[in-house]
Ligand binder design. Structure first.
Ligand code: SAM
Length: 246
């Protein structure tokens, strides 16, 4: 039985946010890697309608709103959204927040969105094809879906023990979901290979124009779960796809 990820995020929200220091003036893609200031995948957001899936405390949506976007964030966790509401008030920007599953975007009109974005949330979703079909419906033709998720190679290693040799502890071809304990809660994480992601995107009528496997930034403060192994194995995968016609 998979874990109840919504309940897990409700339980974990405060602890997660206490250790993740996320910017609210530029979009982030994951821990210990560059930001949108480095990757430049989103373009000018002024006046654009931007939908963020799995927005958490909405730091990215707040950054989009500061750049003049009409920002909408969706998340499964009411607790995360409560943090998002407080943060948006504190930062004095307007973000429309929706409580729900990213695979159900019925509240958005077809072809009404200029960018769909998601950071570090797709790894908690089993059926990404369903999400891609919904995203395809709401995006304007030619508009981008930009997302980051754990790199599938990162599932293979356990680099927590710096004194031990870096070992492959799991097969790349093992697609079983994994339960992990973090921030006092149990989550189910899903393994999405690059080929599976590409196939699901193409079948949902997207074309992929960018795949990034960023190395860690060479300096700067590290995240609390930093491991030396991240110098050898990519931790985050970033993809930009564009909606093709139906
Ligand atoms: C690791 S947090 C990332 C939050 C935020 N994007 C960030 O970068 O800090 C993952 C988020 O995805 C949300 N999430 C997981 N599955 C979801 C789903 N099916 N629909 C909507 N949100 C989901 C969780 O509630 C959680 O807030």
């Amino acid at each position: 039985m998979p874990a109840d990820n919504a309940a897990a995020w409700d339980r974990a929200a405060a602890a997660y946010l206490a250790v993740t220091e996320l910017p609210t003036d530029v979009a982030h893609y994951g821990p210990d890697i560059g930001t949108e200031a480095d990757f430049r995948l989103l373009g000018d957001l002024k006046g654009k309608r931007v939908l963020e899936l799995g927005c958490g405390a909405a730091q990215n949506s707040i950054a989009f709103a500061k750049q003049g976007a009409i920002a909408i964030g969706v998340d499964l966790s009411a607790e995360m959204l409560a943090h998002a509401r407080r943060l948006a008030d504190q930062e004095e920007v307007r973000v429309e927040l929706r409580h729900g599953d990213m695979a159900d975007l019925a509240f958005m009109r077809a072809e009404s969105v200029d960018l769909v974005f998601s950071a570090c949330a797709f790894g908690f979703v089993d059926d990404l094809s369903r999400v891609f079909r919904q995203v395809h419906r709401v995006l304007r033709t030619g508009a981008p879906l930009v997302f980051s998720l754990p790199h599938p190679a990162y599932h293979l290693i356990d680099g927590r023990h710096a004194d031990q040799p870096l070992l492959v502890r799991r097969s790349y071809f093992d697609t079983e979901a994994v339960d992990i304990e973090r921030f006092g809660a149990i989550f189910t994480r899903y393994h999405h290979s690059i080929a599976d992601l590409h196939t699901a995107l193409v079948r949902s009528s997207f074309s992929v124009d960018t795949i990034l496997e960023p190395a860690p930034t060479s300096s700067g403060p590290r995240s609390t779960d930093w491991q030396e192994a991240f110098r050898f194995v990519p931790r985050t995968l970033v993809i930009r796809a564009r909606k093709e016609g139906n």
